[in-house]
Design a protein around this ligand. Structure first.
Ligand SMILES: [Ca+2]
Length: 235
């Protein structure tokens, strides 16, 4: 435990997303530097827990999600210098045991910002994706979730991809992260590999209930199509 903790302290001043593939141990910590002062003699239990809990995920990795209330932050950058402007859209499908939405309103996107149980709220459509940080956010309160819902699928699609001739091969630095609403700590982050080419829609991740425990899976599965194709799949 102690060597791991020392390692976490050592890497607390650096950002390490891409070294995760080579140094999996470092992936234990996706550290918020501002929360973690090396010179402070007072490493309280919250700081320690936070350092242990912050996790960078690799594709396919699954982790328990122990925060009942959190924000899903999604980000991306695009090569928008050529051609039409990019507009990427985050959407969420709340699925039942049969992996279907119980009603149309359980598909939360830019034109339906809140689910009927008010457990999921899209904070609004970002039309450009410019700047750092989250480009679109979805707030989740699992304590409110409809008992029929067992899975929350998070997808990102390119608006009018076909007519604008755009795809995820032109998108980089995309990520999905989970931020605990209780303390604003980032508890999970998945930075997608940049191996997409012709895909116009990507499932970034999913949150699912298994044996009474909510978990997050870093999915990173792309496909050709858009929201209609996801609707056909989940409706
Ligand atoms: Ca958008």
């Amino acid at each position: 435990m102690l060597p791991i903790f020392i390692l976490l302290i050592f890497y607390g001043t650096t950002t390490v997303p891409h070294s995760c593939r080579h140094f999996p141990l470092i992936c234990l910590a996706s550290l918020q530097k501002t929360k973690f002062a090396l010179h402070s003699p007072f490493y309280n239990i919250n700081t320690l827990l936070y350092v242990i809990m912050a996790i960078s995920l690799l594709k396919g990795q699954r982790e328990d999600l122990n925060a009942p209330k959190f924000t899903i932050g999604l980000g991306w950058d695009t090569n928008s210098s050529a051609g039409a402007a990019f507009d990427l859209d985050a959407s969420v499908f709340l699925l039942n045991d049969d992996r279907k939405i119980p009603a149309d309103e359980f598909f939360v996107f830019y034109n339906n910002l809140v689910s009927p149980d008010e457990a999921v709220e899209h904070t609004g459509d970002n039309l450009t994706g410019e700047g750092d940080g989250d480009d679109e956010q979805i707030r989740v309160d699992l304590s409110k979730i409809d008992p029929r819902v067992k899975e929350v699928v998070i997808v990102v699609t390119i608006h009018q991809a076909e007519s604008r001739r755009q795809n995820f091969g032109q998108v980089r630095n995309s990520f999905v992260r989970i931020v605990d609403a209780a303390n604003d700590n980032e508890i999970l982050k998945y930075e997608l590999d940049e191996d997409f080419s012709i895909e116009t829609a990507v499932e970034f991740g999913r949150i699912y209930l298994r044996n009474g425990q909510w978990r997050f899976e870093a999915v990173g599965a792309g496909m050709k199509g858009g929201l209609q194709e996801y609707l056909d799949k989940y409706n």
